[in-house]
Design a protein around this ligand. Structure first.
Ligand SMILES: [Zn+2]
Length: 656
């Protein structure tokens, strides 16, 4: 690997923490060094307090911050002398250690200092960098890992056996570091965990990290263990319903809906098809702290009940060794390897699932390189268990809190790039759902740049395009629980005798048939929804009260309304609820340009302002009003309601 240092870029990071922020970000940019909040950095600064006295302050990465995007505010200042004294204590339970660190910060409101803070404090150098470099993990998890590490680095690094991060590790290093460190020591390797580098300036410390990790990479290359061969996987046979079935089984096991993310790229599919898969994959993670997100081992294949039995055995076996009371986590897998599906990541949120996928992508490389060195060997399971059931993690569980109502669920919205559809995307996101937005407008693909939204360009009158879009949706989120049928067109106003056949047909194609196609394609998925399937139809006031000049529109919306009612009859046996909303005059949509609005108001002899509130309640109805009700209709409040038709129009005399 190469140093990414640039003088010009470094100059943009000013202030006492500037260099610390800059090189932390450089480390964060390289995913083979740190992933998703992994790794940490620190700097020791001498500062004057309010009394003019000088004191040493350790600025260490705070929890919840990612090295790649860290800011000065992401570093927690702690009193160095006090933290160093802690390392000399005989014992200090980790919850108490966290308390000591939090109560010796110099800035109220700073994030909790990293659990590796004491370790940073006891190292004598000003700048300390710590990563979980893939290459170092590959070497230390191969046979004779420690010997190999010493062979690579000699006296340049201190070598520490695996001890779980926290007080015990810091106290051990405080004793061991001075014994092993020599004049030329520039780093420390924690076996099966990661590597430290340190120096008196930020650039040197960072570039030492690059140099030390490069030495491990070169060692792997010399041993013909650097190039990873993923094999040539046999063509995949992805079937949407298989993934949705798997999601249902995993969600049922977990007791709440979960999202799945399926990846059949050659790396994952090749690994999932290896004959020695069980031997490699079931041993454990590349480094134990992945376990919080991945669980100790993946599910091989799709037998969720068998996985749950295996997980329970793991819990029973290790809880006896660990002693004490622990609350067992759910026994559902967080990742699966399947010869047809490739890799399946599981998460409560789309972000969680994406992180699991990233972690395992790197894990595969670590495993295969260690395997090429003579045999991949994960740490003993008890270490993984210690992290998964660490007091601090259990405390988080007890705090818990209620997640948003649609957490772990997927909503599919048609016509999502504008108006009511766009507002629906926002309304479901606010309630914790992952959202698939379909639209003819290609802007849908980049409108939301976040892991819980998938925008797909799709002509809904084309059945093939719908199936392709659903394949994408299922690969990304694993299922469809809620369907919002919103896409529609409003043909230009015409008297019946003037309606062109083409205009009539296109209203029917988009407003009726396209919805039939989407419903048909989604039905098998909705049937498998962990909390039952729900459909909301965005109808129109024109269904109960049609308007002159809008025959094509009114007839097509009425046909859609009947389709929804029949679906309520036919699909109730599958637990699927379907309800319709009838909005009227929602002006913040693309249909209503200023010119159209002015013309319509004039036709009724009203000002635009009066026209907008031309309903019984004298209230303007917005896209958001409609979207919020659409989302609520998928929630628990409407759990016993199907086939309903609810107006969202401020009250209309003709409908009442
Ligand atoms: Zn670490």
């Amino acid at each position: 690997m190469k140093s990414l240092w640039s003088d010009a870029e470094a100059a943009q990071f000013t202030g006492p923490l500037g260099p610390r922020v800059y090189t932390s970000r450089l480390l964060g940019r390289d995913k083979s060094l740190v992933l998703h909040g992994g790794g940490n950095t620190s700097v020791k600064l001498r500062e004057k307090n309010l009394f003019g006295e000088e004191e040493d302050v350790l600025y260490v990465k705070g929890s919840g911050w990612d090295l790649e995007t860290i800011e000065p505010a992401g570093f927690s200042p702690v009193t160095l002398a006090y933290v160093r004294r802690l390392a000399a204590l005989k014992t200090l339970p980790d919850p108490q250690m966290v308390n000591e660190l939090n109560t010796h910060m110099l800035r109220a409101g700073a994030p909790s200092p990293s659990v590796e803070t004491i370790l940073h404090a006891i190292l004598p150098h000003r700048y300390v960098d710590h990563t979980h470099a893939d290459a170092v993990l590959s070497v230390s998890n191969a046979p004779d890992g420690e010997k190999r590490i010493r062979e690579i680095y000699g006296e340049r690094v201190v070598v520490i056996p695996y001890i779980m991060a926290g007080f015990d590790l810091a106290a051990y290093c405080a004793r061991e570091f001075p014994k092993q460190a020599k004049g030329n020591t520039v780093g420390m390797v924690l076996l099966s965990h990661g590597i430290f580098s340190f120096a008196d300036d930020a650039r040197t410390s960072y570039e030492l990290m690059v140099e030390l990790v490069s030495m491990a990479e070169e060692y792997l290359a010399r041993k013909k263990a650097w190039h990873v061969d993923y094999g040539s996987p046999k063509g995949n046979s992805f079937i949407r319903e298989d993934v949705a079935k798997l999601r249902r089984a995993i969600s049922d096991q977990a007791g709440n809906p979960l999202l799945l993310r399926a990846n059949d790229s050659p790396r994952f599919l090749g690994f999932a098809q290896r004959p020695d898969l069980e031997k490699l994959a079931l041993q454990g993670p590349a480094t134990p702290d992945h376990v919080i997100r991945t669980k100790p081992f993946p599910m091989i294949g799709r037998d969720v009940a068998a996985y749950a039995r295996r997980y329970r055995e793991y819990f029973e076996k290790n809880i006896q060794k660990a002693g004490g009371q622990k609350t067992m986590l759910d026994a559902a897998p967080r990742m699966a390897l399947d010869p047809a599906l490739g890799f399946v990541a599981v998460g409560r949120t789309a972000k969680d699932a994406a992180i699991v996928e990233d972690l395992y992508e790197h894990t595969i490389d670590v495993i295969l390189r260690a395997e090429a060195l003579g045999g991949w060997r994960a740490l003993e399971q008890k270490h993984t268990f210690d992290i998964e059931y660490w007091d601090l993690e259990q405390a988080k569980l007890r705090k818990g809190g209620t997640p948003p109502v649609f957490t772990g669920e997927v909503a599919l919205v048609t016509g999502a790039a504008s108006g009511i559809g766009k507002a629906c995307v926002e309304a479901y996101l606010r309630r914790g759902a992952a959202v698939v937005g379909l639209d003819r407008n290609a802007a849908i693909e980049t409108m939301w740049q976040r892991p819980d939204v998938l925008g797909v360009t799709c002509d809904l009158t084309d059945a093939k395009a719908i199936h392709l879009a659903l394949d994408k949706a299922i690969k990304r989120f694993g299922g469809v629980d809620m369907l919002v049928l919103n896409a529609g067109i409003f043909p230009a106003s015409q008297a019946i005798q003037d309606i062109a056949a083409e205009s009539w047909r296109s209203a029917m194609a988009v407003n009726v048939e396209a919805n039939l196609l989407v419903m048909q394609a989604c039905h098998p998925l909705l049937k498998l929804a962990p909390r039952t399937g729900r459909i909301v139809v965005i109808g129109s006031k024109n269904v109960p009260a049609p308007g002159p000049g809008a025959a094509a529109y009114s007839a097509s919306k009425a046909a859609l309304n009947q389709l929804a009612r029949v679906a309520a009859l036919e699909w109730s046996k599958d637990g699927i609820r379907i309800n319709s909303l009838h909005p009227n005059q929602v002006f913040d949509t693309a249909l209503w340009t200023d010119a159209v609005l002015a013309a319509r108001a004039k036709a009724y002899n009203l000002t635009v302002e009066q026209y907008k509130k031309n309903n019984l309640l004298r209230q303007e109805v917005s896209s958001k009003d409609v979207a919020e009700l659409a989302a609520e209709m998928c929630g628990p409040l409407f759990a016993k309601t199907t086939a309903s038709q609810v107006p969202v129009d401020g009250g209309n005399e003709r409908v009442v």
